[in-house]
Design a protein around this ligand. Sequence first.
Ligand code: S3P
Length: 442
Amino acid sequence: MTTAPTRFAPRGPLTGTISVPGDKSISHRALMLSALAIGESRIEGLLEGEDVLATAAAMRAMGADIERGGDGAWTVHGVGVGGLMQPAGALDMGNSGTSTRLLMGLVASHAITCTFTGDASLSHRPMGRVIDPLRLMGADISASPGGTLPAMVRGIVPAIPIEYRLPVASAQVKSAVLLAGLNTPGITRVIEPVATRDHSERMLKGFGADISVERDTDGARVISITGEADLQPQDIAVPGDPSSAAFFIVAALIVPGSDVTLTGIGMNPTRAGLIGVLQGMGGAIEMSNEREVGGEPVADLHVRHSALTGIDVPPDIAPSMIDEFPALFVAAAFAHGRTRTSGLDELRVKESDRLAVMAAGLAEIGARAEEAADGLVIDGTGGDMLPGSCHPVASALDHRIAMSFAVAGLHCRDGIEVDDMHPVQTSFPGFEAMLRRAGAGA
Ligand code: S3P
């Protein structure tokens, strides 16, 4: 594990063609659903980051046969819905909130008992949001104080189907309930007043589950899944992760002379909010070669250095770019004028408190950022370089904070030292090499 600070400094424009690794959310779901199908599934483009590997290890511990082939594709022989087996030891979720919350859902409706543990960051994150609905379904769950890990989930068969209205806009909570519903007799229903990423719905349908999505009279999405499902094995191609692409998009926009093409990026509308916001700030981002891969919209993105202007980001689009705010804050720090964000309380319970940690890091590198209760207000440089910092910027065990400051360093006079790049392994192995290859680096 590298914990030595890593330096990022200006080194000219980013150019060329970049393919980022597979989508993290889709990779988790591909492994989980393949592990619940009977027969062999094949996954191409799986993200081989630590978070996804934690999901693979957990599914193996519960009986699935999961292997990486010499060609880089993964094969999975599943156990069937209802067939998860008692793991021998605790399930170590590392840094991965998605693994934890979705797997808690799966375990809740199986006759097994699992203990979930995680690293220092994950052990502070709230699990009550999944524990509450899963208890309503009959699972017996004990968590650490404050509803955190370590937690033990004693699943129940048969579980009780529920109708659950999400109190917080969270795809992880939605997915936990839907996955629990897979092995629950009858119809399990989730109502989401604010749409969140819909990869679970798309992929469940692809695997042959009986799932429907409707709108109620208030416009809320109502997702219904019929339980005791039979899932059919699939061949899945995982699109490039738009959340990883975000760092290269912002880097190309802020570093003068940059001109890059990102290929095969997931453009699911429930994930693509950042693109519209950056275009609204004047960012030259053009989409081409639009197509469908594995039931998901995908496109190539051509991004060129641009003079950005500050913007008010409407809070209702936050769920469609929830992981991209750290990158947006960096773009805003180099824009002309003021960028205001609000409605971002959820950022306080991600891998770190992303509002506090980004505000502190931006101040450290000489940017003007005000932290409000639910967002940041940033006054940009108008395109000029920021001073940067020779003191390491704290990334707080948060991969996206680390990558955001790495990108910011490319347009800071003294560069930036990021205290610890290791967390980047959770979602984007190869990030540093790719950034340096694109023309940037220390
Ligand atoms: C994810 C959903 C989001 C996102 C996370 C991955 C998923 O979390 O922040 O990185 O794969 O379902 P919430 O749904 O809890 O906001």
